[in-house]
Design a protein around this ligand. Structure first.
Ligand SMILES: [Zn+2]
Length: 61
């Protein structure tokens, strides 16, 4: 699973999302930024910032 924690981009925010693909994580993160942080204009640099902070989540066996 791919994991994105909004707090890595917006200090203090504890929202996070996980999905099978980076594209889906980015889509959800953009939705969240629009709705919770008032980012009406999502720039390409913002998408890059999200992608740079997506981490692979390894399940504890
Ligand atoms: Zn957030």
């Amino acid at each position: 699973m791919r994991l994105f924690e909004c707090g890595s981009l917006v200090p203090g925010c504890d929202w996070h999302t996980r999905a099978d693909s980076d594209a889906e994580v980015v889509r959800r993160a953009v939705d969240h930024l629009r709705q919770s942080h008032g980012e009406t204009l999502i720039r390409e640099t913002m998408v890059d910032n999200i992608k740079a902070r997506i981490v692979e989540e390894t399940k504890a066996a």
